[in-house]
Design a protein around this ligand. Sequence first.
Ligand code: AKB
Length: 318
Amino acid sequence: MKKIFVVGSTGQIGSELTMELRRRYGNDNVVAGYIPGAEPKGELFESGPAELADVTKPEQLAEAIKKHNIDAIYNLAALLSVVAEKKPLLAWKIGIDGLLNILELAKEHNCSVFTPSSIGSFGLNTPHFMTPQDTIQRPKTIYGVSKVTTELLSDYYHSKYGVDTRSVRFPGIISNVTPPGGGTTDYAVDIYYYAVRGEKFTCPIKKGTLMDMMYMPDALNAAISLMEANPDRLVHRNGFNIASMSFDPEEIYNAIKKYVPDFEMVYDVDPLKQSIAESWPDKMDDSCARAEWDWKPSYDLDSMTVDMLEKLRARLLK
Ligand code: AKB
């Protein structure tokens, strides 16, 4: 049985990924790694083991890996794009120095490693429509630079040392559980909270700006399916384009308005978020993920909207 370590288990993706891994592999086999100030709470805390796991402290990571006999690491420690732009040195320290610590330990303890990349790994001169798997990656943000480096370092540890590294390029992730913090795509989560609370939403992204997005259940399934995929079929490793829906603010607004007819949205464009959004793909081509490990999403904009509104209403309006 696999023993899994989730580093960054209390973040937006980590909190739900840890619970999904526990459902699939058993509670005791999934260790929730956290940093002081972001301790696991509630079900996440009660359902399984937890360890301090600051990616910048390799001795702390090593202790947890040895204690729990870890053989797979999901490394989710990172700053999102907007906050990274405000704290570039910290973004590098967590994203890249932290990744190097994880990769070195993975080499020593024979662990497989999943470290997400992002649509942020692309830049303005990347083809924006049906962005190919292998294409130009010259981002101008520190977030993008660290994601390209993540892909390259992860590939390097695989080809040089045989470490089983794998990753996907996540689109903006939409979830009704833990809110994101400091991302360019956060508006597509916030908008649902405003709709359910009956408040007018002010959108920071310009009408007509397309970005790839994905509902959390598909994102979790992508990470776990890739880690379970037959390595003989993998031509690529770090990281796969994965896609399920692409929309601009008007399209998500109209999808919500279908179920919340009084919902109102106005625009007040945030220049930093807008410039980052414009440098990212409008829509990625995910045919390599489909061919190499049978990637297939379950949700589109409408089915996600129905589920988001139902779950948020049940939680926020009780
Ligand atoms: C962000 O907006 O920074 C993230 C991402 C797409 O990587 N959600």
